[in-house]
Design a binder for this molecule. Sequence first.
Ligand code: UDX
Length: 437
Amino acid sequence: MKVAVIGTGYVGLVTGTCLAETGNEVVCVDIDEQKVESMKNGMVPIYEPHLDVLFHRNIKAGRLTFTTSLEDGLEHGEIVFLALPTPEGEDGSADLKYVLGVADEIGRLLRDYKVIVDKSTVPVGTAEKVRNVISENTNVEFDVVSNPEFLREGFAVDDFLKPERIVVGSTSERAIKLMKKLYRPYVRSGNPILIMDEKSAELTKYAANSFLATKITFMNEIANFCERVGADVDMVRRGMGTDSRIGKRFLFPGIGYGGSCFPKDVKALHKSGGESNYDFAILEAVIKVNQSQKTILLPKMKNHFNGRLKGKKIAVWGLAFKPETDDIREAPALYMIEELLDEGAIVQAYDPEAMDNVQKVFGDRIYFGKSMYEAAEDADALLICTEWSIFRTPDFTKLEGKLKGPIIFDGRNLYDTEDLQNLGFTYYSIGRKDIVS
Ligand code: UDX
């Protein structure tokens, strides 16, 4: 099929590339000339496992092309995906200026029937707004479909190629038929394409992300409480997770969720609630708890160093909001580093992928190690903010040799507390007994 993808950010690029992979002819449109030029030259603008292989293969096969012309893209695609940014507006709601701006242009350029697909995460009612804006400028027939993405960073290619479900929000038989045809190759295993009205599709995305954020936050509160009463959150987590109604996943406590989706989506759903006179009390609590969770290790650090972090050298392992990405949006590490700098501490950081991005934020206010061990050189303590695999099994003898004192503050519960006790470390984690050697 012929597809256009408007916007080559994270979602657009993964969508375009993966749609080309099953034989569709995909034209990706972006207003950024430099970006389009470099993609034409084979440069992948983001880090995402496996994306580069598919990207190069499909460019070479001529199925994946790039342009800055919306007109050319629109002429090419029978299905036109809108994968545009929906940043958090000043009041917490999603800002639709990019989506509606492109819709306005589409209205002016439309020559024949198209299915316009909202891929961006947008509030309930956006498909209707997009339809109205397009209609203002045209009499040509078209349909607007809501088709939210459920891509996890780090697993986006796999999530796209083998989705657990595909949600299509539309009541137009013509559009539904085309969407089913497009997605058929991705659900050969029998996973469903769920057809629903567009508002339910729009809400599904917010509800799913807000539920997951709530699940994590609930566990974080249980972890904090475990510390008060001397329980072990690892045990509680296992005890709970074996109940199939609860499930084992997304029960891992830590220093809070971050990223480009959860924080923005929870806030946007909360805000939408307000606009419809509905008080989403649970989401308000989630936002509040997650914010304080990001710096929950700070009081423990201060307490350990007798209230003074001034002049203390702190090694930080992990800066990205989660492993396998260079994305630092809303990353707990940033909040911890800001607090540490405020306290007068010296920060030496290491991350396998995200150091360039963090340097743009902190400039020369923090130092970077070329390796995880170099970052630990002469540090008074190590703070772990992201659970990259390489941090899971460090050479503890080497680490101890680098650190001034064998002290670890672990925001992701990477190690067994008993193991660390036996190794002679002082070890603080989340929701478990602190080991003070
Ligand atoms: C999420 C959704 O999973 C995806 O479906 C949606 O489309 C986009 O948002 P992503 O933001 O890439 O994906 O990351 P995810 O792997 O879901 O993790 C989100 C955050 O939750 C991370 O900060 C992670 O560290 C945290 N997390 C996750 C926990 O703290 N504990 C857990 O048990 C799981």
